[in-house]
Design a protein around this ligand. Structure first.
Ligand SMILES: [Fe+2]
Length: 458
């Protein structure tokens, strides 16, 4: 059988990944099943039968930091055969799914056990009979309380958003401000323990939310750039940890001329995959992130496109759900980007009005409409070369999902048909959920969504 189950739980966004040899059989988020946003505990249905179980961090070591930091202790409920270090699991989730034979790995998150940033050198050693063995060696680390992730979460909290959840909104807000106070922010990052939020400094009170977000964003971009320039000589770079979801910072690093791989679920949930990979000891076959609950329904592409032409938007719930926070066409809300639709979709999703949306575009036309880094997983921002405002952020950029001809998601045939009917090769694409709720997972969830929010779901 040779099945290995990797697990992560106890902090936020618990996850489980089941592999068999180099194949990823399934990878799931607890929240999508329990319907509790960022559920920290695994759902019993995720505990599949396996020969080996692996945990994503060292509980005893985390405990020492929690005692030091006077934090409450949440003992994992699950017992596993083996466990790995928190940043080691992050690093492996990236490297073991990458195509690189040699690279650096940059892990930046809020906090694991003690490490908050770690940098690795990684390579594949070819053994006898052509067997390949991946190796990772930690070459540099920064420890609690210095933490880019905790700092960014503290900023998120200070501007009235939810820390450990709304950081991407802070990043979006940064586009509306100027980095007027980046020196002060740098000082806070370097000298203040941000674990419980920002200190109550009088000089913080006069800064607008937008400028604070912009200042914090510029500081983390600068720090990440420094880490890459000083410690990551390889042209190949794997980035992991929750901070690797910051697509604006990712684009700055791509601008340094690096080939970048970020496994689409770089946070702690994705580390369940890292733990499974480490227990297996060889690289995995990465195909795509459609690894969750399967919805098999007879979707009629022409009907979907007709609905889009007549009503501007609809939901799609088809195939296996995405592993990672981005909906990439299997649990998506899609809309006609040519129309002034941003406010409508934000209203449907109960989101703040300023929030931008990203487009999904046929790969063949991506360069015609965007300039800059982009890939299949919405991990970078590119400059828009068109004037579809609903998929363009205030700074003129978009978080683009490129849809290749071999993409297994139903979004590909929908885009093809949409292009044929309208001459427009892209659709607005956002996750099929309401703000603060987990993404639709099953067909029952999809029907409930359709009924409650009056959005046709195909
Ligand atoms: Fe982490």
């Amino acid at each position: 059988m040779n099945k290995i189950l990797g697990l992560s739980e106890g902090f936020h966004d618990a996850g489980a990944t089941l592999i068999q040899n180099s194949k990823i059989l399934s990878a799931t988020h607890a929240e999508r099943i329990s319907r509790v946003k960022n559920d920290r505990w695994l759902h019993h249905s995720q505990i599949a039968e396996a020969d080996t179980t692996a945990f994503y961090e060292k509980d005893w070591l985390k405990r020492t930091r929690q005692i030091y930091a006077r934090q409450p202790y949440a003992k994992p409920r699950i017992k596993t055969d083996v466990s790995f270090y928190h940043h080691q699991s992050h690093a492996a989730a990236g490297f073991y799914t990458s195509k690189f034979d040699e690279c650096n790995i940059l892990v930046v998150d809020a906090i694991g056990e003690w490490d908050t940033i770690s940098i690795w050198k990684a390579w594949v050693e070819k053994g006898p009979l052509g067997k390949k063995r991946p190796h990772m060696k930690k070459i540099k680390s920064f420890k609690y309380p210095y933490s880019i992730g905790l700092f960014y979460s503290a900023i998120t909290k200070y501007i009235g958003l939810k820390p450990m959840e709304d950081e991407y909104i802070t990043m979006g807000m940064a586009g509306y401000g100027d980095p007027t106070d980046s020196l002060l922010m740098e000082n806070i990052l370097k000298n203040v323990n941000c674990h419980k939020g920002l200190p109550d400094l009088p000089e913080l009170r006069h800064i607008s939310k937008e400028n604070m977000a912009a200042s914090a964003q510029s500081v983390i971009e600068r720090e990440l750039t420094k880490l890459v320039l000083n410690h990551c000589p390889s042209r190949n770079l794997v980035m992991m940890g929750g901070v690797a979801l910051n697509c604006v910072a990712n684009s700055k690093i791509a601008g340094l001329g690096k080939n970048i791989w970020i496994m689409p679920n770089p946070g702690d949930c994705g580390s369940s995959l890292g733990a499974a990979a480490l227990a297996y000891g060889k690289k995995l076959k990465w195909i795509d992130p459609y690894l969750g609950t399967d919805i098999k329904n007879d979707i009629k592409i022409k009907e979907v496109v007709k609905h889009l032409i007549d009503h501007s938007y609809c939901g799609i719930a088809n195939g296996r759900s995405e592993f990672g926070p981005r909906a990439l066409g299997n649990r998506s809300l899609i809309a006609d980007p040519r129309r002034d639709i941003k406010d409508t979709i934000n209203q449907v999703k109960r989101r703040q009005r300023f929030r931008p949306f990203g487009p999904a575009i046929l790969e063949e036309y991506a360069d015609e409409y965007f300039k800059g880094p982009m890939n299949e997983y919405m991990q970078f921002v590119a400059k828009a070369k068109h004037d579809y405002k609903s998929v363009t952020h205030v700074d003129g950029t978009s978080r683009v999902q490129i849809v290749k001809p071999d993409c297994k998601s139903v979004i590909r045939p929908i885009l093809e048909e949409w292009y044929e009917k309208t001459g427009c090769p892209m659709l607005l694409n956002t996750s099929l959920n309401i703000k603060g709720q987990p993404m639709v997972d099953t067909w029952e969830d999809a029907l409930a969504f359709q009924k409650e929010y009056n959005v046709k779901v195909f």
